[in-house]
Write a protein that binds this ligand. Structure first.
Ligand code: GDG
Length: 490
């Protein structure tokens, strides 16, 4: 079987894989199933320009990592990735820092990654690139003569074409996307938005084959909803009975677990919780909202703003409704160990997930996989999370409508046992069927086929060959084809 080469901005430490969440776990689980390696940033800052990639093998799994310089970290990571692409793809143009001039270093870091990765690639390798930090990666690898299948999976949502078109470099981005063989996204609406964007940005043409023609390239786009491994959260015999430390007695816990991000709808969640306590005083002292919101990207201004807003909202709701022996909101701005998540999910009567826009949202799937089928809790899920397409049996809400959030909470709290059981059964069926293995396998197979189709088109089309040679010529002229040697185990 071909080796799988995973490429992502951040590589997780295999020694600590059990501690990771989200994207990292999905990539790790996929790579654990087959030979290959994982390439990307090691999380370190190092200004030494001669830093070489480092190869590490743990338990038969190899990572190859590079540090970033302080300027890379600022412009490529905090800047273009998280202050331009992240807000725009989440349809928050108001927060995008277009004028800051981050783009050139964003491309440079992609070039640097490609230059260090290219010498490690063998002829049968399949290369799978992840997320918005690495949009130009395939183009940079093609310039260096890499003709292997290269796929891309975008973990975040694709906002409307009108938002993406506002990016000053939108044409360069659209052209770079054409260098991938297959782009995977989370939902059908993401597929539609991406096609729409390519059509408007660079006159991409939808072909009868379903592929999109972008200049000389033909690109496939598909929907591959990411999953979790429910076994990561499974209870062994007797384990579920020993949850005393996280139990809340007669008070029902409503759990929220979200990185502290302006896309997660946290102010809406807090405000509607306050309105709920106002409208239904009989629930005071009977419920508590425990919101974990670990910090991320704190040096980006928009994140500091949302932190201040939430602290103020939690303070005012607790001040208004709290009692000596009851605090309505437990707001915890720290990361909790992953080993504790399972028990907290299990002992929470409601999982409350309210993003304004989200690629998938794995917390929703994690909450479901921890419930007791005999006495399950209820998932309340925003219609605007990618997960809403699959998790139809959650209580779905519109987080922009505080009244709808209030009613969703009431419906969930009052739901009879038989209905909770029936919904949980269906939801768990979906979570199991579309787990992280199914996602990894499905995408890998689709990418391998897309790569074969491109290779046969390339063999037949002198125009495609010429376009590729032009690209490689451009890179040589710019002196970017220096190769380095590094041995990587399989
Ligand atoms: C992207 C997309 C898409 C959260 N707080 C703590 C903690 N977590 C873990 C959760 C979960 C993960 O982080 C968050 O999952 P998300 O699905 O929200 O995604 P991200 O990784 O942020 O981002 C998203 C995903 O990619 C996958 O494609 O679903 O839409 O934005 O696993 O459990 N884990 C620990 N402590 C915390 O305090 N240990």
């Amino acid at each position: 079987m071909a080796r799988l080469v995973m490429v992502s901005n951040r590589v997780i430490d295999f020694n600590a894989a059990q501690q990771a969440g989200g994207v990292g776990v999905a990539i790790y689980n996929t790579l654990a199933q087959q030979s290959g390696f994982w390439f990307g940033w090691d999380g370190q800052i190092d200004d030494d320009p001669s830093s070489e990639p480092k190869s590490t093998t743990v338990g038969g799994h190899t990572t190859v990592t590079l540090p970033l310089t302080a300027a890379d970290y600022n412009d490529y990571y905090l800047g273009y990735s998280n202050s331009v692409l992240w807000p725009v793809f989440h349809n928050r143009l108001d927060l995008a820092q277009f004028e800051a001039g981050y783009y050139s270093r964003y491309v440079e870091v992609n070039e640097k990654f490609a230059r260090n990765l290219a010498p490690l690639i063998e002829p049968d390798d399949v290369i799978w690139v992840h997320d918005y930090h690495l949009l130009p990666m395939a183009l940079e690898l093609r310039k260096l003569g890499i003709e292997n299948p290269i796929g891309y999976f975008l973990h975040i949502p694709v906002g409307p074409a009108q938002a993406l078109l506002a990016i000053p470099e939108n044409k360069e981005i659209a052209r770079a996307l054409g260098a991938f063989d297959l782009i995977g996204v989370q939902t059908q609406s993401d597929v539609r938005n991406l096609i729409d964007f390519l059509q408007q940005s660079v006159a991409g043409r939808l072909l009868p084959s379903g592929r999109i023609r972008v200049f000389e390239a033909e690109l496939e786009i598909g929907c591959f909803p990411v999953g979790i491994d429910p076994n990561d959260f499974a209870f062994g015999p007797g384990e579920a009975e020993a949850l005393a430390a996280t139990e809340t007695g007669d008070i029902h816990r409503i759990i929220g677990i979200d990185r502290l991000d302006y896309t997660k709808g946290l102010p809406q969640k807090f405000k509607s919780y306050g309105k709920f306590l106002e409208a239904y005083p009989e629930y005071r002292r009977r419920i508590v909202l425990s919101q974990f919101a670990p910090p991320t990207r704190e040096s980006v201004e928009a994140y500091a703003d949302i932190k201040a807003e939430l602290e103020s909202l939690a303070g005012s709701i607790n001040g208004l409704y709290g009692e000596l022996d009851w605090v309505p909101i437990n707001y915890i701005h720290r990361t909790i160990p992953r080993s504790e998540l399972r028990d907290i999910y299990r002992t929470s009567r409601i999982g409350w997930v309210t993003p304004l826009m989200d690629g998938m949202n794995l917390v929703a799937k994690e909450y479901i996989s921890c419930q007791d089928p005999a006495d399950p809790g209820v998932l309340i899920l925003s219609k605007f999370a990618g997960a809403a397409d699959q998790l139809q049996d959650a209580v779905q809400v519109n987080p922009y409508d505080l009244g709808d959030l209030v009613q969703g909470l009431r419906t969930a709290l009052e739901m009879p046992l038989d209905e909770r059981q029936a919904r949980q059964k269906k939801l768990m069926g979906v979570v199991r069927k579309s787990d992280s293995n199914a996602w990894g396998r499905g995408y890998f197979e689709a990418l391998s086929k897309a790569g074969q189709r491109r290779a046969s088109r390339l063999a037949k089309s002198p125009e495609m060959r010429k376009a590729l040679e032009r690209l490689q010529g451009e890179a040589k002229k710019n002196g970017r084809d220096g190769r380095i040697a590094l041995n990587v185990g399989t």
